[in-house]
Structures are given as structure tokens and as C-alpha cells.
Design a protein around this ligand. Structure first.
Ligand code: S3P
Length: 447
């Protein structure tokens, strides 16, 4: 089944080395937040490098539905005329967040402390995903939610007319939950506190500060204690979105796998809450150089030079899971071509992503002739070495962009081509994936 329109079957096959520059698009997490914080600010926020993937476009449309003026002024260049904290209007239409868990959960957060109601929906993948993880803490502010069984979309959220501040310990490692609570705290009086046992991506905290909110982070025995002072006046900003490390992961892994490859991936965020994959790859023997390390748009970035490498399976430290949570699918594909076994533990959150990513990777790898083991919290891939993956399968992607891209990367080195049943969801996060990979020399076709 496709995200939007008909399924697009795609196939990748072995070819020559990859070379050239892989300029991947803007970071998805930062792009959502730039639009949302712009809408919550006074004045005109100017964004450059915005990811123009479907997930982010859906958030842009949602911000308009709440009353902000969002305008595209050029490729990746957008302006948002904001409404100020507490300034959202009640949308006249249902908010369709498409495939995006980040979009819906963050938007629920930022309307939950305003006296308005909104009804949210999404595609078949998003309608299966749990929303209770955000509506539970939002209820503590005084918001009420009415959804389908199991806290699924479609769902109506009735914002609190007289919100109270909240102290909340996140029960799972989730930046979306943390962010929803902090965004709700913006329009509550006093201090809202989020305690997270495991640090997750910190873009909301960084960007809230950049827009003028008071946010402090204190390391405590319980974990990071993040305190937001409510009812700030957020001021419009210029936001330069760095390139997405989660998108960079695909050309990086492809170059590591395809013999003779040597590519440059410029300007990739090296935020320590996002760079777990690069640490893991280096431990597996990857030849990655971090060049020209600098700061861009408030984030540490580097240019990555990546060369084909002999890779060895490792046990990935479970405490690194949050810093590479979106990269496990492509890591699992890469691990299939490593020598030895790669053990990924502490990864149960993968079960509630765009698809159940442990199951989707396990079934897909098995179809390609790779032996895997899984339990609720673990994925183990028994590597077959550089030329060992048979391939020759069509993999079910379950409306999940990262499953599709991971198997298309694996097909570049498997003995037989690999097809995915539907590559259309790739447009949610990496709309230029096919062109970019082809320019590097990869053979990826639509059937
Ligand atoms: C995101 C947080 C993560 C991640 C998602 C983007 C964000 O989700 O998987 O792709 O931008 O906050 P969780 O909060 O569910 O871990």
C-alpha cells in the first residue's frame, strides 16, 4: 500500500563504484521544529535549507491551518509569519499529518494549552501508531483527547483553557514526547519540567533557546532535567537547517559497501544526540573522515569523506540506541555484508516507528538469504561478508521510507538485484534519494 497514490516498485542492482558529492537534504527534525517555532513566534522567521519532503510539507500546511502564514520563497527557502505563543486559531479542517509521527506529536503538544480543538489524522502507517505517549502527559496540562482504541488516530484534542505547568518523566526514550511536553509548556504559566532517563535528540531545547525561551538542562541521578519557563515571547529567527545525518546514512553506507567507492557528504550534523551511527560504523572498521568540523545553524557539522571498507560485525552499545534510532534499518542492511555477527540490543522503540522496523528488517533480510534473530528488544544479523548476500527478493516496505532505502542500498551489493514493493514513501524524508544515488553511480530503477 502506498503513502500517497499508487505504489512505486523499485529495484537496485550491482554496478561500479560510487563517487562524487552527496549533498543530502535538510534535517527532518529541525525542519519540523523551524516551522512550528516560527508559527509560535512574533514576526517573520526565515528558514533556509528546509527539507521539502512530504512530512515537513504536511507540517507547513498544518501551521497554516492554525493561522500562521507559511510561504515558499525559493528552493528550501521559506518564511513563517508567526502568531506568538498562545496565538493559534482553531483549524476549520482536519489536520492530516500524512506519514509523520514527529509532525502530529509536536503539533498536538503546541496546541494542547490553547483553548481550541483540532482533529488529527494521517496515512495508514500513522493511524497504527500510539498517540497515548503524548496525550497522557498533555492530559496533565488539562488537555483532553478522543481517539480510536489504543490511542490511535484519527483523534480530537481539546486544548486546556486554563493550563497548569507539568513535571513529567518520559517513560520511553522519545524526543517526540519530550518535545510535545515542552511545546505545551510554552503556554502554561510557571515552569514545565521534563526528566528523561536517556538523552534523546535535543533540537527542541536548542531551538527554543534560539527563539528566546528560557530552557535549562541539569544532569541529575534520574537523568536530564529540562526546565522551561512558560509564556515567553518567542521572537522570529533566521534558521539555517543543517543536512540530515539520518539521510546521509544511506549514501554513507552505500559507499562503505560498494567496492572502490569514495564519496563526500558535506555539511552533515554531528549533534552528539544524532551521531551514533557514525561511531558504530567506525567501530565496524569504516573509513570515514570528518573534515572541516564547524558550527552551522547552531549545530556542529562536518564534511564526511567515506571510502569503501571491510566491515566487521560488532555488539552495538544499547546506550547508543537513542543517538542512532532511525539508522538501525540501514545498519542492519550493512551488517548483512559484514564479516561476523552484529548484535543490536535495546531497540524496542523500533517496533513503533513508521513500521515495526525489527520485523520489517528481519523479514526482508531473510527473504534476501540472510540469517537473523529477533526478540522484542533485539535484532541480531549474521553477516555473510562482502559478496555473500544472495538478494533476488522483493521486500515489503510497510509504508516505511527507511525500510525502502535500506534494501535499495543492500541491492547495490547483493548477488541478485533487490526490489522493494513500494518506494513512494521515500518522498516523506528524502525526495531526491533516487537522483542523488544515481548521480553517485548507483543503479536504482523504477520497474
Ligand atoms: C524524532 C524523534 C524520534 C525519531 C523520529 C524523529 C524527532 O522519534 O525516530 O524520526 O524529530 O523528535 P521518537 O521520539 O519516537 O523516538
Amino acid at each position: 500500500m502506498s503513502a500517497h497514490g499508487s505504489p512505486i516498485r523499485m529495484t537496485s542492482r550491482k554496478g561500479g563504484p560510487l563517487s562524487g558529492v552527496a549533498a543530502v537534504p535538510g534535517d527532518k527534525s529541525i525542519s519540523h521544529r523551524a516551522l512550528i517555532l516560527g508559527a509560535l513566534s512574533v514576526g517573520t522567521t526565515r528558514i533556509t535549507g528546509l527539507l521539502e519532503g512530504q512530512d515537513v510539507l504536511d507540517t507547513a500546511r498544518a501551521m497554516q491551518a492554525f493561522g500562521a502564514t507559511v510561504t515558499r520563497t525559493g528552493p528550501g527557502a521559506w518564511t513563517v509569519e508567526g502568531l506568538g505563543v498562545g496565538g493559534f486559531a482553531e483549524p476549520a479542517e482536519v489536520i492530516d499529518c500524512g506519514n509523520s509521527g514527529t509532525g502530529v506529536r509536536l503539533i498536538m503538544g503546541c496546541m494542547a494549552t490553547s483553548p481550541i480543538s483540532a482533529t488529527f489524522t494521517g496515512d495508514a502507517s500513522l493511524r497504527k501508531r500510539p498517540m497515548g505517549r503524548v496525550t497522557d502527559p498533555l492530559a496533565l496540562f488539562g488537555a483532553r483527547s478522543y481517539g480510536r482504541a489504543g490511542g490511535r488516530l484519527p483523534m480530537t484534542l481539546v486544548g486546556a483553557a486554563e493550563p497548569v505547568p507539568v513535571t513529567y518523566t518520559t517513560p520511553m526514550a522519545s524526543a517526540q514526547v519530550k518535545s510535545a511536553v515542552l511545546l505545551a509548556g510554552l503556554n502554561a504559566p510557571g515552569q514545565t519540567v521534563v526528566i528523561e532517563k536517556t538523552p534523546t535528540r535535543d533540537h527542541t531545547e536548542r531551538m527554543l533557546r534560539g527563539f528566546g525561551a528560557e530552557v535549562t538542562v541539569e544532569a541529575t541521578p534520574e537523568g536530564n532535567r529540562i526546565t522551561l519557563t512558560g509564556q515567553p515571547e518567542l521572537r522570529a529567527q533566521e534558521v539555517a537547517v543543517p543536512r540530515d545525518p539520518s539521510s546521509a546514512a544511506f549514501p554513507v553506507c552505500a559507499a562503505l559497501l560498494v567496492p572502490g567507492s569514495d564519496i563526500l557528504v558535506p555539511g552533515v550534523s554531528q549533534n552528539p544526540t544524532r551521531n551514533g551511527l557514525f561511531l558504530t560504523l567506525r567501530e565496524m572498521g569504516a573509513d570515514i573522515e570528518f573534515l572541516n568540523e564547524r558550527e552551522e545553524g547552531g549545530e556542529p557539522v562536518a564534511d564526511l569523506r567515506v571510502r569503501h571498507s571491510a566491515l566487521t560485525g560488532i555488539a552495538v552499545p544499547p546506550e547508543r540506541a537513542a543517538a542512532q534510532i532511525d539508522e538501525y534499518p540501514v545498519l542492519a542492511a550493512l551488517a548483512a555484508c559484514a564479516s561476523g555477527t552484529t548484535v543490536m540490543r535495546g531497540v524496542h522503540e523500533l517496533r513503533v516507528k513508521e513500521s515495526d522496523r525489527i520485523a520489517a528488517m528481519a523479514r526482508g533480510l531473510e527473504a534476501c538469504g540472510v540469517r537473523v534473530e529477533e526478540d522484542e528488544d533485539t535484532l541480531i544479523v549474521h553477516g555473510l561478508g562482502p559478496d555473500g548476500v544472495p538478494g533476488g527478493a522483493t521486500v515489503a516496505t510497510h509504508i516505511d521510507h527507511r525500510i525502502a532505502m535500506s534494501f535499495l542500498v543492500l541491492g547495490l551489493v547483493s548477488q541478485q538485484p533487490i526490489s522493494v514493493d513500494d518506494g513512494s514513501p521515500i518522498a516523506t524524508s528524502f525526495p531526491v534519494f533516487e537522483d542523488l544515488m544515481r548521480q553517485l553511480g548507483a543503479s536504482i530503477t523504477r520497474d
